[in-house]
Design a protein around this ligand. Sequence first.
Ligand code: GRF
Length: 202
Amino acid sequence: AKVAIFISGGGTNMAALLYASRLPGCPYEIVLVASNREDAGGLTLARAEGIATFAHPHRGMERAEHDKVMERAARDAGAEFIVLAGYMRILSEEFVTRWAGRIVNIHPSLLPKYKGLDTHARAIAAGDSHGGTTVHLVTPELDSGAILQQIEVAILPDDTAEALADRVKLAEHQLYPRALADYVSRGNDPAWLIEQVRQRIA
Ligand code: GRF
């Protein structure tokens, strides 16, 4: 499957997805790394690794209009899936609907807990024993689409949000390539998706 990755920052998850894609048998291929920030560090890495890149700032543009520019780049590159990896933009409902079932995201909490920002600080403040990370499908409502896979990460007694974030990223770098590979291989099968949801409620 051909995937376009959208990033806004350093792109460590993008790098993990990229290097995993070079392992034998990986069912996805990265055809584009695109960003709303021309200075996103991940773009430099993608270029050095021979991946096509695209950047278009969102400043002064309507949300749906900027989404269309990003979408055009993904389609031109032949992408079948859009993979969000630290893409710090909420997507318009129109865009998400056009790509329903074909956009995935990684979020640094054990969803449905702690949607939105500052997930690690909130987990620590709540006295949780574990934080973690979730790969999920993207729907118009933020961080609320079907959960594909999660990893729990223990919170240590003296953890800071930064220290926990670093460990969660280690888990993310394991989780995202595996969850994406599983999804592009099986995610188009409605029976498989229904089984995932059933297991969640059981
Ligand atoms: C990750 O923690 C991801 O869960 C969140 O944004 C962060 C991106 O980090 N959505 P990086 O740019 O991949 O290092």
